[in-house]
Each structure stands twice: as structure tokens, then as C-alpha cells.
Design a protein. Sequence first.
Length: 86
Amino acid sequence: MQVSNTSVQANWRECLGGDIESTYQHFEWGIGSTEGNSDILGFEDVGLSEGARVDGLDLANISFFYITLRAWKHDGRCTEEEYGFQ
């Protein structure tokens, strides 16, 4: 993860490992001011991308935020991972 006052770049390939395409249907990510929330960046479907980037954010006055990754498997189950940043 790379974070600045205006952008966030995330790469989840190393976190998930294995053959992504055979295990997962798609990924969603969001950024929130509290755990599980997506008030900074609403959850966005990024397909099977191994990462994502968003620019144009205003994080300068936010002291702590969370990135949430939802990994949807082919059988409909979802695994959710959260990462906190200061």
C-alpha cells in the first residue's frame, strides 16, 4: 500500500497468493473513516485486478482511515480484509 495526502495505491496480490482467477470471482475495495465504512471512497468493483489506485482524495485532515478489500469467491462467499493507516 502506498498512501499520500491525495492518493492511495493498493496491491493485494501478495496478501491473497495462489491462483487468483481460479479462486476469486472479483474484488471490491473502499476507503472509510471507520472500520467497514466507505465514506471516503465508496466500494468499487475492480474485477480481478491485483491492485487499484485512486487519485484526487483529500486525506490531509484525516488522522486515520481504513482500506477494506472484499474478495468474492466463485461460490459466493466473501472474504473481507481491513488495513488501517495513520
